[in-house]
Design a protein around this ligand. Structure first.
Ligand code: AMP
Length: 287
């Protein structure tokens, strides 16, 4: 059964009847693609009820970003969920107005220091405050046992885990792998802003991450004196790269000889479209 709610109060009323069920939450901004659908399928595999939220969250967009033009495609989104033919209950919460999530006079921000300050946090000031504030609200409304996020937004899933840990929220956060086009391009709602020519250009993002990952994995034991980020200097001279960094995948700090797993993260601008991608790579320093 798939049930759609546009009003948070009506959703909350219904939610009360589900007290004994295991509940999975998949927060999205809609315009669903197979990346989102993989999270929904995983939740439905592990939970009796899955709540999918579809909400283009104004708080996480900067003043010059694409909030107004962000694709809103609720009808097609529902059809895509239906086409999964899941035999468990799916509740879709698509608030009809931002006031459903942020009532008049709402003035609270959930803000995390440190982890939010580099990468997307540096290039999109306030973005992660918007993310943590909306996800906190959605956790409160949906009260899930487990919430599913994509590795595609690597920094985001770490930020959510940090919030859950710091505030001791009763939610388990699971991170699911990146779903890609056959070409390697990570699926994203923003890919549809790209022309055919720009899609070809965009492949550079994933290809560059793969190349760097190969370099790291082929050196079985890295020499601790190598400054890994110097590998990237020739690439990031190209101003389309907003960032390209190799960091510790646990805390997004510089890698140290203690790092077990690195993540290579990139943000590439193609025209006015900003695309992000990442690749986790095991590394081992010579001791
Ligand atoms: P969004 O609608 O862009 O806010 O994304 C909603 C959720 O889907 C987030 O947890 C994203 O990380 C996840 N997601 C987006 N794209 C992908 C992808 N290509 N593969 C897996 N998960 C994704």
């Amino acid at each position: 059964m798939i049930k759609l709610f546009n009003k948070v109060n009506e959703f909350k009323e219904y939610r009360k009847s589900l007290t004994s069920k295991s509940i999975g939450l998949v927060p999205t901004m809609g315009n669903l693609h197979s990346g989102h659908l993989s999270l929904i399928s995983q939740s439905a595999l592990e939970n009796e009820v899955t709540i999918v939220t579809i909400f283009v969250n104004p708080l996480q967009f900067g003043p010059n970003e694409d909030f107004d033009k962000y694709p809103r495609t609720l009808e097609q989104d529902i059809q895509k969920i239906e086409s999964l033919s899941i035999d468990r209950d799916i509740l879709i919460l698509s608030p009809s107005d931002p006031k459903e999530i942020y009532p008049d006079n709402f003035s609270t921000t959930i803000s995390i220091k440190g982890l939010t300050e580099n990468l997307c946090g540096a290039s999109r000031p306030g973005h992660f405050d918007g993310v943590t504030t909306v996800v906190y609200q959605l956790f409160k409304i949906a009260a899930p046992k487990t919430a599913y996020f994509g590795q595609k937004d690597f920094q985001q899933q770490l930020v959510i885990k940090k919030m859950v840990n710091d505030l001791d929220l009763p939610v388990e956060v699971k991170t699911m792998p990146i779903v890609r086009e056959e070409s390697g391009l990570a699926k994203s709602s923003r890919n549809q802003y790209l022309s055919d020519q720009q899609i070809l250009e965009a492949l550079e993002l994933n290809q560059t991450l793969n190349k760097i990952s190969d370099i790291l994995t082929n050196q079985t034991y890295l020499d601790a004196s190598i400054d890994l980020n110097s590998l990237l200097e020739p690439i990031i001279k190209d101003s389309r790269w907003e960032y390209l960094e190799i960091l510790d995948s646990e805390n997004l700090q510089e890698i140290t000889p203690k790092t077990n797993s690195a993540v290579i993260l990139g943000a590439l601008k193609i025209g006015s479209t900003r695309l992000i991608d990442n690749q986790v790579t095991k590394i081992q320093y010579a001791r």
